[in-house]
Design a protein around this ligand. Structure first.
Ligand SMILES: *Cc1c(COP(=O)(O)O)cnc(C)c1O
Length: 360
């Protein structure tokens, strides 16, 4: 008999990230992972370089300075923040701690893939709830919960659809869930949202003992390569995360980068202004080309080419121009491509290439 993992592990497909290379093409523009339009904040780059000199030292396992900086920036109690090796790590720890064999994890049909992959690792049954116009359906999510449900996970805005649930709907979701169901609000794209009543999760976390919010430095902050995310939650859940996380789960460079990034007071504003401007321009330009663009509240657009063949052909054409976007067939959206809003030049390159494609 060979050594075998727990049976549910072999139902996990390895996650395939956005690609970054095209053979034979020199200049690559990577618009496949929503990494932010401006690269990392300069203060973070400098902090990473400085941290390199202390690379022989273990990092602060409590991430005290980083949690203090996040708390100050967002007006939150640092004692109720846990940082992680990307928010993916924290999502995984939550799913493993609160899910497991014999439990159900409920998510929206086109919710972020990592919930399903980690849920299977944990041994949960994954319940995917059909959407309305590619947006999460609160009544459906509530109705899908049974006695074995322990976790409901909602990305708001969602990746890859870009859909945003109104705050009243998120509140209605929490109110409709049993008290022993943990609601995870994944707010990876929170900074880009412009809806005036939007709350990335603070209010619902503070209102009870069964909601957490996860956030990331990978999107608007341009630090995906550092792997840095955080979770804000009720004290008892933060205590659980501190028991199960690795003692040094966030490395010293990531901590230094995060602290430095938060000192750049204009970074988010500048990024959001750019994103809103080019998200609108891209939407208009793509619609002029006869493409369907789903309304997005993130730094990416889900573009529908009408058929899987057409989407594949568009993807191939973009690649031939060095433009890498994201096919979303794994999300059961084979007619669509997800395109990150890059800098102005990159956005124009996409529009030009797709205009060319239309006439090809
Ligand atoms: C990118 C993304 C994440 C993961 O972020 P990391 O902090 O880099 O692990 C989580 N959720 C959603 C919806 C994302 O798009």
């Amino acid at each position: 008999m060979p050594v075998m993992p727990r049976p549910s592990i072999l139902s996990v497909e390895p996650y395939v990230g956005g690609e970054s290379k095209v053979p034979g093409v020199n200049r690559i523009v990577k618009l496949s992972s929503n990494e932010g339009a401006f690269g990392p904040p300069p203060a973070a780059v400098q902090a990473i370089a400085e941290a390199a000199r202390e690379a022989h030292r273990y990092p602060d396992g409590g991430a005290t300075a980083l949690r203090d900086a996040i708390g100050r920036y967002h007006g939150l109690d640092p004692a109720r923040i846990v940082t992680g090796n990307g928010s993916d790590e924290l999502l995984a720890l939550l799913i493993l701690a609160y899910g497991g064999e014999g439990t159900e994890l409920v998510m929206s049909a086109h919710g972020f893939l990592m919930y399903e992959l980690t849920g299977r690792w944990a041994g949960c049954s994954i319940i995917k709830v059909p959407e309305k116009d590619l947006a999460a359906d609160v009544d459906g999510l509530i109705a899908a919960c049974g006695p074995r449900t322990r976790l409901v996970i909602l990305a708001n805005p969602n990746n890859p659809t870009g859909a945003l649930l109104p705050q009243s709907e998120v509140n209605r979701l929490r109110a409709g869930l049993r008290e022993d169901i943990l609601l995870i609000l994944d707010s990876a794209y929170a900074e880009y949202v412009e809806a005036p009543d939007y709350d990335p999760g603070q209010a619902l976390v503070d209102a009870g003992s069964n909601t957490v919010m996860t956030r990331t430095f990978s999107k608007v902050w341009g630090l995906g390569g550092m792997r840095l995310g955080w979770c804000y939650g009720p004290a008892a859940i933060i205590d659980v995360l501190n028991r199960v996380r690795g003692p040094f789960n966030v490395n010293a460079s990531a901590m230094a980068a995060g602290i430095a990034a938060l000192t750049d007071a204009d970074w988010v504003k500048k990024s959001v202004v750019h994103n809103s401007e080019w998200r609108a321009k891209m939407t208009q330009g793509l619609e002029k080309l006869g493409l369907k663009v789903h309304p997005s509240h993130g730094n990416f657009l889900l573009v529908d080419f009408g058929s899987a063949e057409r989407a594949k052909a568009a993807d191939a054409h973009l690649r031939s121009r060095g433009l890498i976007v994201r096919g979303v067939a794994v999300y059961a959206l084979p007619t669509c491509l997800r395109i990150t809003i890059g800098n102005a030049e990159e956005c124009v390159m996409v529009l030009d290439a797709l205009a060319e494609f239309r006439h090809a």
